[in-house]
Ligand binder design. Structure first.
Ligand code: SAM
Length: 239
């Protein structure tokens, strides 16, 4: 058996089930990693846990793998969304990768008044989330949503979902995350921060809990990881 390769597939997984692969995945397995018939690959589909499969046909055009045994249960993260204002491309990629590793269930790019980002390519970001899940041993891939204006997002905000509003104006203040249970979302602003109008709008929302992330202003990508860490240790699956 060669190195443990993990791949995400959009395909049912069950004992004896045969599975095809995308062209890119077949290229990776058979041309890059030089796998052949009889080699083993771990697959997950976001719903059925992780499966050990065996390569039956090591063919780049029509590859076939077969599920042998389930090697791990399905583990889905707690009901946490990350809403963040996209920044520069590489830093936005970083945020999506880290949010996947940290266990966000949904990732929502949010266009705020001071957002200054290049075009957001959701398909690229979704591919980053898949890659991060493959590499971190997770069995769940968060959905990356189409970008939405902050005003529209807040307009239709679900009544039961609390919003951890990371407000840089509270830097250094003792405003910590509360212990209220239930679904949550983290909100991180852009490099320019939130406008006063946005802060007022958020202050008027009963679901919003404004928090400080300590005594220093963090870059947006650092703030996203710090906020997810804080939430996971208080409410999530790190407890
Ligand atoms: N330009 C802003 C300023 O100088 O005040 C800073 C914006 S910061 C780079 C980007 C985002 O990270 C903020 O909108 C906020 O969501 C979050 N953030 C950074 N540091 C924070 C802190 N100490 N407390 C709360 N949120 C913070």
């Amino acid at each position: 058996m060669k190195a443990k390769i993990r791949l995400h597939v959009d395909h049912p997984l069950a004992a004896g089930q045969t599975v095809g692969l995308s062209r890119e995945q077949a290229h990776y397995l058979f041309a890059v990693m030089r796998l052949g018939a009889g080699d083993q690959v771990l697959l997950f589909n976001g719903a059925a846990g992780e499966w050990r499969t065996e390569v039956l046909v090591a063919n780049k055009r029509n590859p076939v793998l077969e599920c042998r045994e389930q090697t791990g249960p399905q583990v889905s993260p707690p009901d946490l969304w990350l809403c963040f204002a996209p920044i520069k491309k590489a830093r936005t990629d970083f945020i999506v990768e880290k949010a996947t590793e940290m266990g966000a269930r949904r990732i929502v790019p949010v266009l705020t008044e001071f957002t200054n980002a290049e075009r957001v390519r959701v398909d690229r970001l979704q591919a980053h989330a898949v890659e991060a899940a493959e590499q971190c041993g997770g069995t769940f891939v968060p959905e990356v949503c189409e970008p939405v204006k902050l005003s529209a997002l807040l307009e239709s905000w679900p009544q039961e979902r609390r919003l951890m509003f990371c407000n840089e104006a509270l830097v250094g203040e003792d405003r910590r995350l509360g212990g209220e249970a239930g679904p949550w979302a983290v909100l991180i602003g852009p490099e320019g921060g939130f406008s006063q109008g946005e802060r007022d709008r958020l202050a008027a929302m009963e679901q919003a809990h404004a928090v400080s992330l300590g005594p220093r202003i963090l870059r947006a990508d650092t703030a996203a990881v710090a906020a997810l860490t804080l939430w996971q240790t208080t409410h999530g699956d790190w407890q």
